[in-house]
Write a protein that binds this ligand. Structure first.
Ligand SMILES: *Cc1c(COP(=O)(O)O)cnc(C)c1O
Length: 389
């Protein structure tokens, strides 16, 4: 098949579309990262990033994807044999668990119905059962990108406090930051992990951990080996981040990303994501007629405004749909991860996105359903337009 004409519609939940003004901002020659003006830029970006995170704590950045921030969260806070409580959500909670075990940590999980997300009462019960306070931390994925199910961090903090347990609360905000409200300090989150290539609309390659006072205290006792990701080493650097070469272009991009978010206004950014997410869900609800595809997340309160995972009808392959949408319509959709491979496809609706981009993607999905003879209810795009009107 010849390469389809026209601009590609990129509806992945990460990486996401990079605005042209960010691409222009990044297009720069090499620079001495010890220059005073550049150090000032890093400090300014860090302060503005803290406002988006809702924290007055520390933010430590490194050159990596989000996985590096997970690793930093583990090696900076814990010692070999420490126990963690992981709230099961899907592929990403499983991957964080796997990483923690490889570092010699013991991970207990709170099981959850993956289409609804964890029950805070089950978290409280697990913590009450730990009378000796062996569990050092509760880990949650705020927005489970593989399922499109969110977990309310404030409800988890309330469960920890109700159990009178001293565990730290760690939250992965990689696919929620800059798309959905995230209030680290207000919600009692001790550590947050984030990355560049999702709501922040940047290329992949910069990740960070944000840490509050309780986290810094735990850091001083933690004995897992670390070097590149060691916050204590970072604190000796003028940028208070990066053990090694600082990715200078990334900061010119980050400054522009922050400018775009500030210009629109953080609340308006969230409202736009809620509106576009609502339009996608309206379309899928229409398609779900006639035994068609369904929204994977069955709890309307927990449906993500940054990504929708869509469950295919039995006997129909999500990968075939994805291949068709890409090959015939030049629309790139997210695939099913882990156990959901082939069973779901995902529409990313976060970052640099507007109504016609979402409607274009939905139109291509609806045509693909028709082209491939997959049962569905008609009128998804109409339902999305009605939701947006
Ligand atoms: C993308 C993502 C990750 C992993 O980040 P990488 O940048 O791919 O390493 C972790 N957690 C969540 C929730 C994500 O969406």
């Amino acid at each position: 098949m010849p390469k389809p004409r026209g601009r590609q519609f990129f509806a992945n939940p990460g990486p996401t579309n990079i605005p042209d003004s960010i691409l222009r901002a990044i297009d720069r020659p090499a620079q001495d990262f010890m220059e005073e003006a550049f150090i000032a830029l890093v400090r300014d970006c860090t302060a503005r990033l803290k406002r988006i995170l809702g924290t007055s704590g520390e933010v430590f950045m490194m050159a990596s994807s989000g996985h590096g921030a997970w690793e930093a969260s583990l090696v900076n806070l814990f010692s070999p044999g420490d126990r963690l409580l992981m709230l099961e959500s899907g592929y990403f909670s499983e991957s964080w668990t796997e990483m923690a075990r490889k570092f010699g940590l013991e991970v207990e999980t709170v099981a959850a119905d993956r289409r609804r997300g964890v029950d805070p009462a089950a978290v409280e019960a697990a913590l009450r059962a730990d009378a000796a306070h062996a569990l050092k931390a509760v880990c949650l994925v705020h927005n489970e990108t593989s399922t499109g199910v969110t977990v309310p961090p404030a409800a988890i903090r309330a469960a920890i406090d109700a159990a009178r347990h001293p565990a730290l609360l760690l939250a992965d905000t990689i696919s929620s930051l800059g798309s959905m409200p995230f209030r680290m300090d207000e919600w009692g989150i001790d550590l947050a992990v984030g990355g560049s290539q999702k709501g922040l609309m940047l290329p992949t390659g910069m990740a960070f951990t944000a840490v509050g006072a309780k986290g810094m205290e735990a850091h001083r006792r933690a004995r897992l080996p670390r070097h590149y990701m060691d916050w204590s080493v970072m604190m000796t650097r003028p940028h208070r981040s990066f053990v090694g070469t600082v990715p200078t272009q990334m900061f010119h991009g980050l400054a522009e990303a922050l400018r775009l978010i500030e210009e629109e206004g953080l609340e308006a950014v969230f409202a736009r994501h809620a509106r576009l997410g609502g339009a996608v869900r309206a379309a899928v609800r229409a398609w779900s007629g006639n035994q068609g595809p369904q929204i994977y997340c069955v709890d309307p309160q927990r449906q993500s405004n940054s990504v929708t995972a869509i469950l295919m009808p039995d006997g129909h392959d999500a990968e075939a749909l994805r291949r068709h949408a890409a090959g015939r319509y030049n629309v790139s959709l997210g695939g099913g991860l882990g156990a959901l491979g082939g069973r779901v496809f995902r529409i990313g609706h976060l970052g640099d996105l507007n109504e016609p981009m979402v409607l274009g993607t939905l139109g291509a999905v609806e045509m693909s359903l028709r082209d491939l003879g997959i049962p569905h209810g008609r009128g998804g795009v109409q339902a999305a337009m009605d939701a947006l009107a």
